[in-house]
Design a protein around this ligand. Structure first.
Ligand code: ASP
Ligand code: MG
Length: 411
């Protein structure tokens, strides 16, 4: 007998028929002899609708009330699922985050989980009832309702799985798993049977939207296996897990592409202590996340500083940088919104030479100019002109053999 946490996303509980489908899956898992704790998201679109309501009455809603409002979607889907299970003859009970006691800090709208109490859930399981927990919400130490940031039900699922020492946290969504690249830009994209936590973290921060990043961090910390799969299919999905030697054999497991960043270059910055800090402090104070940063080695006491920021923050960042550039007597500030970032991710890169040169050669063959490069242990990213982004992703997908041959198999 296994203890399984099943988290169902917004599309999986998208309407009453789909909720019935979820109920059947839950029942089946129980009938197979497992204990199940269910976590639900709000019905697809509901959280967006609630957020819109808040912004219609105020540009700057009080965040305590904002969380009280946007957490309600999960109460509806959880209770509906419990009622559906009752109608099918199965005992179930829905619970809100504060009832379970999922304790968080008080950073409304993006609270962090501090403690998960499991007594109530264990009592339900023991009594033979199926506990259904509203995802995305918790309670701070003063009893205020909090929410965990968009997509936060994933984190509820993994946190419960960790606290209950569950065998696996199944995350049900509308895609069949994690793919080697976005199937919309590359028809040859394939589902990965397995992926490491670190690879998943890179993919998620590069824009793959299957899992909330924080849920993967949580899973890694507590070593909770996550099985990402579709609620509309019986097929196995992708297992996110800690790495083993076999996984390291695969050089590259995914290619990502995104157009959500813009590039800013400060030209001829006087090369002396404190300039980088002068440039980046106002940007970070404005809560703008800088991604890639490149500083040239200096010539005659001057250097160029290039970096990328999210397009949504581009205008604000540019204004701040122009002001600083004047103060530090840089020559000028250049900006470019027409860029795309393509990245390759793979746990095997740590122990293999030549991955970067293979990537650069493949891009060169297509005459694609590389504007910026950045690397981590298991990732290489290149910024290219926006119009070449999709082509670059397809070329790299093929170059690293992701379109055919053996992908990671089940252990
Ligand atoms: N309903 C919340 C959202 O849409 C949480 C979740 O679905 O994970 O962000
Ligand atoms: Mg989600």
């Amino acid at each position: 007998m296994a203890l399984i946490v099943q988290k169902y996303g917004g599309t999986s509980v998208g309407d009453l028929n789909r909720i019935r489908n979820v109920a059947r899956r839950v029942v089946k898992t129980c009938q197979e002899g497992n204990e199940v704790v269910v976590v639900v998201s709000a019905i697809a679109g509901e959280t967006d609708r609630l957020i819109q309501l808040a912004t219609q009455v105020s540009d700057n809603p009080d965040l305590r009330e904002y969380d009280a409002l946007i957490s309600t979607g999960e109460q509806v889907s959880g209770a509906l699922l419990a009622i559906t299970l009752h109608a099918m003859g199965y005992p179930a009970r829905s619970f809100l985050g504060p009832q379970v006691r999922i304790v968080t800090d008080n950073t409304f709208s993006k609270a962090r989980i501090q403690k998960v109490e499991i007594k109530r859930l264990q009592k339900e399981l023991k009594a033979g009832r199926i506990p259904i927990v509203a995802g995305f919400q918790g309670v701070d130490k003063d009893g205020n309702i909090t929410t965990l940031g968009r997509g936060g039900s994933d984190t509820t699922g993994v946190a419960l799985a960790a606290a209950l020492s569950a065998d696996v946290c199944e995350i049900y969504t509308d895609v069949e798993g994690v793919y080697t690249t976005d199937p919309n830009i590359c028809p040859d994209a394939r589902k990965l049977a397995r992926i490491t936590y670190d690879e998943m973290l890179e993919l998620a921060s590069l824009g793959a939207k299957v899992l909330q990043i924080r849920s993967v961090e949580f899973a890694k910390k507590y070593n909770v296996p996550i099985h990402v799969r579709s609620s509309f299919s019986e097929k196995r999905g992708t297992l996110v897990t800690k790495e083993d030697e076999k996984m390291e054999k695969v050089l590259v497991s995914g290619v990502t592409y995104n157009k959500n960043e813009a590039r800013i270059t400060v030209v001829r910055v006087p090369d002396k202590p404190g300039t980088a800090s002068r440039v980046f402090t106002p940007i970070s104070d404005a809560n703008i996340i800088v991604d890639m940063i490149i500083q040239n080695s200096s010539a005659e006491g001057y250097t160029d500083l290039t970096f990328t920021v999210p397009k949504a923050d581009f205008k604000k960042a540019l204004k701040l940088v122009k002001k600083t550039a004047e103060e530090i007597k840089a020559q000028e500030v250049l900006a470019d919104e027409n860029i795309a970032k393509v990245s390759i991710v793979g746990a095997g890169m740590v122990s293999h030479a030549g991955v970067a040169s293979k990537m650069f050669t493949a891009l060169a063959k297509e005459n694609i100019n590389i504007l910026m490069i950045s690397t981590s242990e298991i990732k290489i990213s290149c910024v290219v002109e926006a119009k070449y982004g999709e082509l670059a992703a397809r070329v790299l997908h093929q170059t690293f053999g992701l379109d055919k041959g053996e992908l990671r198999k089940e252990p």
